[in-house]
Design a protein around this ligand. Structure first.
Ligand SMILES: *[C@@H]1O[C@H](CO)[C@@H](O)[C@H](O)[C@H]1NC(C)=O
Ligand SMILES: *[C@@H]1O[C@H](CO)[C@@H](O)[C@H](O)[C@H]1NC(C)=O
Ligand SMILES: *[C@@H]1O[C@H](CO)[C@@H](O)[C@H](O)[C@H]1NC(C)=O
Ligand SMILES: *[C@@H]1O[C@H](CO)[C@@H](O)[C@H](O)[C@H]1NC(C)=O
Length: 477
């Protein structure tokens, strides 16, 4: 009985949908295409027939519509809501219009933005890089460079529904400085004054702005695509090419978003995800990918994508990992470093991670790795060897309890001698819980396509803006 009722209401709402979509047509025929004299009588007659029919419809159908849920309408409602840009009013951000030498002007010389690589292919498409074909349908997959979050942030904020053009209404002030790209273009600049010049100029520009004075810059923020180490040159010790941007006192009043903070001296630094390769425009694409990773077969127990590092104490664990992985049939090793290496090919990297249960995240040149975010995207449980690879970095993004989504192995402890044994010890139910949790985390760690508006999930930029708004409120009250 109930089933039949539901079928009937469904049919009815589909018909009424069709009718209401075409409702202009019957009315215009009735009133405009009939000779004048006849028309009045006809109109009254038609109107009475119409009203009678309408009353019968109401009488006949109301009891059933009251007792059942009109499901198709409900689904369509949520669908259309997903396209309403999300800004609930708790965030409003003003984007400074900087002289081009601080951002897009730097791109003119993209061949020399990084002393190791030609950045021209990587700065294309607002920092998403080159479109990847063969990663499914749509234009959502890009060969995104690991140190380019600042450009994606800028592009996202230019289109963001919470952007305000009126600084007097803004809670947050975003300074779109491509500090990471500039820093990497000057790593080999021996004259420290020249190396720091643009940072000094930026600070002078800001301090002359009326909106800076209101809260001494405490509601201002930068987003940087490189690690904080690149902007905090130390007075002593070897010179790794860093500038002094984050040492300047006005910058210390601001919030600095960076892919790696210095955990023990940086109350104003906040970790943001490294960009991975997936930049979807719709919630549907995101859901499809999450389902795919939820169901992916994972024949490898563990995997490691990386290269050995020479002479770095904090990367010594890499030698242990590579030796153990190479000696196990349950581990998949993708070595980086050689010319034929596929370790920078997105499809190769994600393919390995999507077929592995655990992905080892050993520190490299610094504590953090882009690979951590690739592994979450692929639904592969990260295994950390330092608390500074993720736990002390991304408080806005990761669950408070590390055991909920990751495994920690003390690199100095016995466990690091027998990694596979440690992983096999973890109960199956816990592995499944961690895997589920990880899949849920994917949207907030993803940088959505900057040209999408209102995609129905909160991405890395939305999470940062919400957290930053709360944080700044406590600093400026
Ligand atoms: C819901 O939307 C789809 C496409 O967006 C449409 O084909 C369908 O007829 C709609 N159904 C109802 C009941 O509105
Ligand atoms: C976004 O749209 C603008 C204007 O249509 C276009 O110039 C830009 O290249 C697009 N960005 C990306 C990443 O596709
Ligand atoms: C930083 O903020 C403090 C107030 O907390 C203010 O006295 C100081 O002048 C600010 N520094 C700069 C460089 O604006
Ligand atoms: C590590 O192994 C050694 C030798 O088997 C043992 O003596 C030591 O107690 C172990 N340490 C820990 C922390 O389990």
């Amino acid at each position: 009985m109930l089933i039949r009722k539901q079928a009937a209401t469904t049919a009815w709402s589909e018909r009424s949908e069709k009718y209401s979509r075409n409702k202009e047509a019957p009315w215009s025929i009735m009133f405009f295409n009939i000779p004048d004299k006849l028309s009045r009588r006809l109109n009254i007659f038609l109107l009475s027939v119409f009203l009678l029919a309408w009353f019968s419809v109401l009488l006949l159908w109301f009891p059933t519509t009251n007792t059942t849920t009109p499901q198709p309408n409900h689904i369509n409602e949520t669908k259309s809501q997903a396209h309403i840009p999300m800004c609930d009013g708790s965030v409003s951000v003003y984007v400074y219009s900087l002289p081009p030498e601080f951002n897009v002007g730097l791109l003119d010389d993209c061949h020399h933005l990084n002393v190791y690589t030609d950045m021209c292919p990587h700065v294309a498409n607002c920092g998403l890089g080159q479109l990847l074909s063969g990663m499914g349908s749509g234009a959502s997959w890009f060969a995104t460079h690991q140190f380019i979050a600042e450009m994606i942030f800028h592009a996202r904020l230019e289109n963001h529904p919470c952007r305000t053009w009126d600084p007097s209404r803004a809670g947050l002030f975003y300074i779109p400085f491509y500090g990471g790209l500039h820093a990497s273009s000057k790593f080999r600049e021996p004259d420290l004054k020249v190396r720091d010049a643009l940072a000094v100029k930026l600070v002078e520009f800001l301090q002359a702005q009326p909106w800076w004075l209101k809260h001494h810059g405490k509601d201002h923020f930068l987003a940087l695509g490189r690690t904080a180490w690149d902007f905090m040159r130390l007075e002593e010790g070897p010179d790794f090419g860093a500038n002094s941007l984050l040492n300047l006192s006005p910058v210390q009043n601001m919030s600095v978003l960076t892919v790696e903070r210095i955990p023990w001296k940086s109350s104003n630094q906040h970790g943001i995800p490294y960009p991975s390769y997936f930049h979807p425009s719709t919630a549907n694409e995101m859901l499809t990918w999450q389902n795919k990773m939820r169901q992916s077969e994972r024949p490898y127990l563990w995997s490691f994508v990386g290269a050995p590092r020479k002479g770095l104490e904090k990367a010594a664990i890499r030698d242990k990992i590579i030796a153990q992985c190479a000696g196990s049939t349950r581990c998949k090793l993708v070595r980086c470093g050689s010319a034929q290496s596929k370790c920078h090919e997105p499809s190769e990297v994600l393919g390995v991670m999507a077929t592995s249960r655990f992905c080892l995240q050993a520190p490299g040149d610094s504590f953090t790795r882009r690979s951590t975010f690739d592994s979450v995207l692929a639904g592969c449980i990260p295994v950390f060897f330092s608390p500074h690879t993720a736990y002390t970095q991304y408080a806005w993004y990761l669950p408070e309890d590390p055991d909920a989504y990751s495994v920690y192995i003390d690199e100095k402890g016995n466990g690091s001698q027998r990694i596979e044994e440690e992983l096999l010890k973890i109960p199956r139910e816990r592995v499944e819980l961690m895997h589920d949790r990880l899949i849920e985390m994917i949207p907030r760690l993803t940088y959505a396509h900057p040209n999408a508006s209102g995609f129905g999930f909160r991405d890395a930029v939305d999470v940062a803006l919400a957290a930053l708004s709360k944080h700044v409120l406590t600093k400026t009250l």
